[in-house]
Design a protein around this ligand. Sequence first.
Ligand SMILES: C[S@@+](CC[C@H](N)C(=O)[O-])C[C@H]1O[C@@H](n2cnc3c(N)ncnc32)[C@H](O)[C@@H]1O
Length: 297
Amino acid sequence: MPQPGELILLVSPKGKRYLHRTQEEGEIHTHDGVIDMCQIQAATYGGQVVSHLGRAYRVQKPTLYDLVKGVKRQTQIIYPKEIGYICMRLSIGPGMRIIEAGSGSGSLTIALSWFAGETGRVYTYEQRPEFKALCAKNLAWAGVGRNVEQHERDISEGFLQTGVDALFLDVRTPWDYLDQVAKAVKPGAPVGFLLPTTNQVSDLVAGLEQGPFAGVEIVEILLRRYKPVPERLRPEDRMVAHTGFLVFARCEEQGAAPIPAPERPPKERPEPMDTEPREDEEDSGLDGADDSALGEE
Ligand SMILES: C[S@@+](CC[C@H](N)C(=O)[O-])C[C@H]1O[C@@H](n2cnc3c(N)ncnc32)[C@H](O)[C@@H]1O
């Protein structure tokens, strides 16, 4: 049952989704009529409330997806489809220490705070005070942020932490800050970047090539929704064609010489297999991991 002050998601008969904060009293005005707050107080998650025009709205607990989509925006934000992959690539989880810049509207900050949990720490950097304040407001609105440290600072001056587990930059010219990135993360740490244009990706990759970075990956994530109509199942007519490019790399230990391979007797060549790999089989991306290789999605 929603408690006063909690955020709830109301889903209209046409599937439109609205976030509201519950109150002891009052009413919510919708396109389908007025819904009394006391109805919402009495509702259970998964249940329904009915407007004064008799239209039923479903009452749900917002997911992290709903929270990220619902932030008040004054900057371009990072969308859930990218955030999901970013968190996988940077291995964001309980207890992790993560740096991100710029905070902007805080959509990525909300997700980092959520996944890092009580034992983790998120250090978010923003040079403009109005966006630092907006990020703080959105964190509080979403009910997360107790593990977030906000810094109002131009990252060209460097980060105030060292040895962090992962770092993500969503700024216009990330190649200008690669020295600062390398000083802030643990050796071997994953780092990531979001850029809206391919020109910026080229500049960044050229910068990463100067080291100490390796294992550069460039991806774009396309999300295609389907109309949930069983007898005429097909994609929606429109889709968001472009949001941004993601670049990931590992920050290498600086000045460390490679460990030489131990000497081994030459290996006997195995008998060739009589089955050819299927043409549509994708590279697992895990070279040499034979029997434990994971297939890409
Ligand atoms: C696109 S927004 C970030 C949006 C954010 N990732 C989100 O999901 O809401 C870029 C932000 O980076 C900030 N920024 C740009 N250069 C910066 C720098 N050198 N130091 C700190 N912040 C910077 C900008 O002020 C802006 O708020």
